[in-house]
Design a protein around this ligand. Sequence first.
Ligand code: 13P
Length: 257
Amino acid sequence: MKTIIGNWKMHLGIRESVAHARGVLRSVMGHEVLPEIVICPSFTALSEVRKVLVRTRVALGAQAMGTERFGAFTGDVSVAQLDDAGCGFVIIGHSERRAMNAESDTVVNAKMKLITQTSLVPVLCVGESKDVRSAGKAEVFVAQQIEAALRGVTINASSRLIVAYEPIWAIGTGLSATPADAIAMNVGIREAVKKAFGGKSIALSVVYGGSVNGENAYQFLREPSIDGVLVGGASIKIHDFEAIIAAGRDVMIAQSV
Ligand code: 13P
């Protein structure tokens, strides 16, 4: 199974979000074999988009969450509220939030612990800066992010985790990592997750994100060790997103998974 996640970031109003969600649905209609598809609109559009997605094969996700369950936290949205809003997935640790919203490793860890008390699936973003990569420390850096995010997190038999490897230098730059970079990193990510859970197994998907578009998606998706893609800019362009879904479908049909 391949997973395709669209992170719409701070784009689209409610009407545009609904129209775009309908466009995504049109592109999956009539296809039996489909990747898992998740779209993550802004908070303001979640409930209207949810109505469009009911009883379809496209799931709803949120782009962020607060660090507490309920309480006096002006402007925050808790994971329980996202659950209530119909989200099945939530992105945490995105580099934009790490950089601009003080989402430190400690905060990401607190969020992981809250998510595991719900049925939402965490989409944990990790990835190094250009400087860290140039210094040859990318693998170590990402392994540390995983270790910090999962420290003390308890899982059960039905727990699921999606880790998105999103190198910062590839986000929104048009300069994606190579599939070889992503494959090499994914090995380290799988090891770090295994270590963090003391060898206990978890349903783990490791996806790649960073300048994925309709043209390059196939080269990532065709790799057996890349379980999917997390898409920013191209996820709000219907032709690009359609092409990415089609690439996922083609790979699944070719590999019969
Ligand atoms: P782009 O696809 O625009 O590079 O963004 C990637 C991303 O940040 C998805 O979360």
